[in-house]
Design a binder for this molecule. Structure first.
Ligand SMILES: NCC(=O)N[C@@H](Cc1c[nH]cn1)C(=O)O
Ligand SMILES: [Zn+2]
Ligand SMILES: [Zn+2]
Length: 475
């Protein structure tokens, strides 16, 4: 069933108001991984709840309990559940998105205040933290609902919604909620398929449908020794230095070609067949696209297929930072007393946090023992999520393909995403239904990075895509 033409006109006519609503959402700094920002994540849950109610959606805020972060016990922001329509003749679609964001501050190198949505004066890009990941896509659904509410139009499907405020911090508490609400009589009972809009096209031109995500296993390695920071002139070459030990360990995790050095981790993954390789060869992507997105000619290979497989079907290990290290300007001559290295591994089938964690922990412990240092080591597996792959020939994907062709006039790329959305597999397994990732933003949006943006056309055409997809599902 094609989307009504007045829906498409409505979206164009209301574009400025939609952008204004996105500005309101971006202005709430809902950073889930920073203790002092937790009230803002809760504020964002209430803001979203109010928006949904105003658009005729029945909602509930669900308490997800507490968790400990940085040694502080914190309330987990409530999940926002929504429900509209209960017609047994219609399909029931579950929409998922997240309203928390990654940290951002002007001092990281943003050109504008990250929490003030700024419209680029020449290209109209909507710049602000969360514009693409994931407030823009979540608000895309609000835009679709507004058309139906304001014009008293019936939706073509029944909708169930699940929006969370902890996706960027391991989706604490959400799996249990999905299991509970997936049971008979629960909020998600009767769901026929799931749609998640929380990722990006591969490039800046071709819309995509995504059928795979990597999982994640996140680690902390702590090395401690002296009871306080020391003067390097007084104690240098007298004592074992925690930072020296930690750098040794971190340098043994991954090599400069991307090979994971933890024995057994890379070996778990099968070698791609020629047939599988051809899937990546067909994708509309080039080395120039990567270079444009990262802003420098630094790809690990000059071969597009190798680079794409690195992101889509291989695990990767990234070093993220060292807590406790001196990082200010100037030349402080300190020996830090207690340092914590952070790294994560993106996982692909058959890897899971459960089968990778023991390999990582025992490798680090054995490498540390070789250092013969008198400092102390502790290794902690933080949050994790399993990888996910879906059947992209399912009617859910077929509907999204038709919607993409209707809105963009071209067939979408079929991609696997390098990032992780831990709850995806939980939805697939618990509800026993197909999950589709229907991205709104482009490959150069800079999610998690500085100057994150969403192109105006991606927000507006992306809204049309989400609405059209619901009509195509109703076929
Ligand atoms: N848009 C999805 C996304 O960015 N997911 C995060 C999830 C995550 C895991 N640990 C911290 N964040 C990602 O980094 O892939
Ligand atoms: Zn996201
Ligand atoms: Zn993210």
């Amino acid at each position: 069933m094609p989307a009504p033409s007045d829906f498409l006109q409505f979206v164009d006519q209301n574009a400025d108001a939609f952008i204004q609503r996105l500005a309101e959402a971006v202005a709430i700094p809902s950073i889930s991984c920073e203790v002092p920002r937790r009230p803002d994540v809760v504020k964002m849950a209430h803001w979203l709840d109010g928006q949904l109610k105003a658009l005729g959606v029945e909602t509930q805020l669900r308490d997800l309990g507490t968790h400990v972060m940085d040694g502080v016990e914190l309330g987990i922001p409530p999940a926002v559940l929504g429900r509209i329509g209960n017609d047994p003749k219609k399909k029931t679609v579950l929409l998922y998105g997240h309203f928390d964001v990654q940290p951002a501050s002007k001092s990281d190198g943003w050109n504008t205040d990250p929490f003030t949505l700024t419209i680029h004066p020449t290209n109209g890009q909507l710049i602000g933290r969360g514009s693409s990941d994931d407030k823009g896509p979540v608000l895309g659904w609000l835009n679709v609902l507004q058309y139906h509410h304001q014009n008293k139009k019936e939706l073509p499907v029944n909708l169930r919604m699940c929006f969370e405020g902890m996706e960027e911090t391991g989706s604490e508490g959400l799996d249990d909620l999905v299991v509970k609400e997936g049971a008979k009589g629960g909020w998600f009972d009767g769901v026929d398929c799931v749609c998640i809009s929380d990722n990006y096209w591969l490039n800046t031109r071709t819309p995509a449908l995504t059928y795979g995500l990597r999982g994640i296993a996140y680690y902390k390695v702590n090395v401690s020794g002296p009871t306080r920071d020391l003067h390097s002139g007084v104690f240098g070459r007298m004592v074992h230095e925690p930072m020296t030990d930690l750098i040794q360990i971190m340098s043994k995790l991954v090599d400069t070609t991307g090979q994971i050095l933890v024995p057994g981790v890379d070996d778990m993954v099968s070698v791609a067949s020629e047939e599988e390789k051809s899937l990546y060869e067909q994708l509309d992507y080039s080395i120039a696209d990567v270079e444009e997105s990262v802003g420098a000619p630094i790809t690990l290979s000059d071969d597009k297929t190798t680079v794409l497989m690195g992101r889509m079907r291989s695990p990767s290990l990234s070093l993220h930072g060292i807590e406790g290290a001196f990082y200010g300007s100037g030349g402080k001559t300190v020996i830090p007393a207690n340092v914590t290295g952070k790294f994560s591994i993106r996982l692909v089938p058959p890897q899971t946090p459960e089968n990778v964690n023991p390999l990582v922990v025992s490798y680090i412990e054995s490498e540390f023992a070789k250092l013969k240092t008198k400092n102390k080591l502790s290794v902690e597996a933080m949050h994790g999520g399993r990888p996910w792959i879906a059947d992209h020939k399912h009617w859910n994907f077929e509907a999204a393909k038709r919607a993409t062709e209707a809105v963009y006039g071209r067939s979408p790329d079929l991609t696997r995403e390098g990032g992780s959305i831990p709850v995806t597999l939980t939805f697939a397994e618990t509800l026993g239904v197909n999950v589709l990732l229907l991205p709104m933003g482009r490959g150069d949006d800079g999610a998690h990075s500085t100057n994150e943006k969403l192109d105006r056309s991606n927000f507006i055409e992306g809204t049309k895509l989400l609405g059209t997809y619901l009509y195509e599902l109703a076929q």
